[in-house]
Write a protein that binds this ligand. Structure first.
Ligand SMILES: Cc1ncc(COP(=O)(O)O)c(C=O)c1O
Length: 468
């Protein structure tokens, strides 16, 4: 269990060599492989009493794990919400795992907890929350949303007998992790009031106000409004400032899901779009999206740290030696986790190494690339959704097509089967749209030009057989 000397060096070198080989080829690897994978090597290597050879294991990973499916490290990954995975994330994870610091409790690792809280405070400053806010580094946006919703539930006193009367306000564009969190938080029987969106897919604040007033009149208990700062489908930012005012007047908890959009606040000329975000009670923001880190880092930020603590704090007899240090809160007291990955290091290291400006410039580039695509795809005769607010947009080919949904479903299949670039799709009010989501740091203009070329070719090859 303790490789030494040459064994230690060989183990490390072989793993690192494979990683480097992957990185050196990443620009030429397809973004997607549609080939069915039987994962034969993987399936034929169950755990055994004796260990296996590292070269064979690396070959299993290479062939049956890294090749099939989507390649999220590729600049050609333009589907869902990508990110890429900057290399120092891995270095941070490496050190976190080798040293294995326990970052749950200040007493056990004052340095690790301070580092994690510093990372959180940097995000707190970015979004303009007061300095006394705190939160938690999570595995991703889903758990961040869950922590926020549980905290809102408890802070607003929504005990079991009140659930059926309580109301939560959101739009159809809210990410499904919000619905999942509502259910896991035991709130599935609450009234989920879906507020209409306007033509730009943003929450209609007049409808929100009217719905809250009517619910109060009907003896219901409005307690939570959830807005998006960058929806997954099209990147729309809800009118946060107006929603915040309505929430405040009606004494509602205001949660903002900025999992995708939040880090665009680093770009100066985009800041105004997020006006009012600082008035929220809680916020989700995902470094494994907008900071391009490898998967495994989201964050929840909460203004009322006492409320967060009330929902998550527990004492255990066997932990009686853990002295409480109130000036630096411990993650274990502010989240569902006890033993946890020291995930702060995977964000701290790249931000320190590269500096913030590198991230700001990369985000600016992603915005420009989306705008460029939005313009060029229209020149190719495609219909588009609203102007992109961030780095996501929707488009479809409809000109002269009878069954437009079917045509676009076939078009995306053709692009995916080609594999060089990966795009995904969505359906909004029964309309099938193709999506572009630019957020891999490796995506540059030549990637977008390649996608435009592929879309045009595939559209042309499909068109004759689907048109009358
Ligand atoms: C707006 C939004 N919220 C929440 C999530 C869930 O985040 P995660 O996948 O990190 O759990 C996503 C994921 O794409 C998202 O786009």
């Amino acid at each position: 269990m303790e490789p030494q000397g040459q064994d230690l060096e060989d183990l490390t070198k072989k793993i690192v060599d494979y990683g480097h080989q992957y990185l050196n080829n990443v620009d030429s690897i397809n973004a997607y492989s549609s080939e069915a994978s039987e994962a034969k090597l993987l399936q034929n290597a169950p755990f055994a009493e004796d260990g296996r050879n590292l070269d064979d294991l690396i070959n299993i990973i290479k062939t049956d794990v890294d090749k099939p499916g989507i390649n999220p490290a590729s600049g050609g990954h333009l589907g869902y919400i990508p990110g890429g995975g900057i290399y120092p994330t891995a270095m941070g994870d490496y050190l976190a795992a080798v040293v294995n610091k326990y970052a749950g409790v200040f007493y056990a690792s004052p340095g690790a907890v301070q580092l994690e809280n510093m990372v959180l405070r940097w995000m707190i400053e970015l979004i303009g929350f007061p300095k006394i806010s705190l939160g938690n580094l999570t595995s991703g946006g889903s758990i961040a949303n869950l922590i926020a919703i549980v905290t809102a539930r408890d802070a607003k006193g929504i005990t079991s007998e009140k659930i059926k009367k309580s109301c939560i306000y959101l739009t159809k564009q809210a990410h499904h992790s919000v619905h999942k969190a509502i259910r896991i938080a035991g709130l599935a029987e609450a009234h989920l009031q879906e507020i209409d969106v306007d033509e730009r897919f943003k929450m209609d604040v007049h409808k929100l106000k009217t719905q809250i007033d009517s619910d109060i009149k009907n003896g219901l208990l409005p307690f939570l409004v959830i807005a998006s700062a960058g929806t997954t489908d099209i990147g729309a930012i809800d009118p946060l400032d107006e929603i915040a005012d309505i929430a405040s007047t009606s004494n509602l908890w205001f949660h903002v899901d900025a999992a995708y959009g939040g880090f665009f606040m680093l770009v100066d000329n985009l800041k105004a779009k997020f006006k009012g975000i600082e008035k929220a009670d809680s916020l989700t923001i995902d470094p494994h999206k907008g900071l391009f880190l490898a998967y495994g880092l989201g964050a929840v930020i909460i203004k009322d740290v006492e409320a967060l603590r009330n929902s998550h704090y527990y004492q255990a007899n066997y932990m009686q030696d853990v002295t409480e240090v109130l000036e630096e809160p411990s993650p274990a007291d502010l989240s569902p986790e006890l033993t946890k990955h020291f995930r702060g290091l995977r964000m701290w290291l790249p931000l320190q190494l590269f500096g913030v400006s590198v991230f700001r410039k990369a985000l600016e580039e992603k915005i420009l690339l989306c705008q460029y695509f939005y313009q060029k795809i229209q020149e190719l005769g495609f219909d588009v959704g609203p102007d992109p607010e961030l780095s996501v947009c929707i488009y479809r080919f409809a000109d002269g097509i009878d069954d437009k949904n079917k045509f676009n479903a076939e078009l995306i299949k053709a692009v995916q089967n080609d594999g060089r670039i990966y795009i995904s799709s969505t359906t909004i009010d029964g309309v099938f749209w193709l999506r572009l989501a630019v957020l891999v740091f490796r995506t540059h203009k030549k990637t977008i030009d390649e996608l435009l070329y592929i879309l045009e070719k595939k559209r042309n090859s499909l068109q004759p057989c689907t048109q009358n």
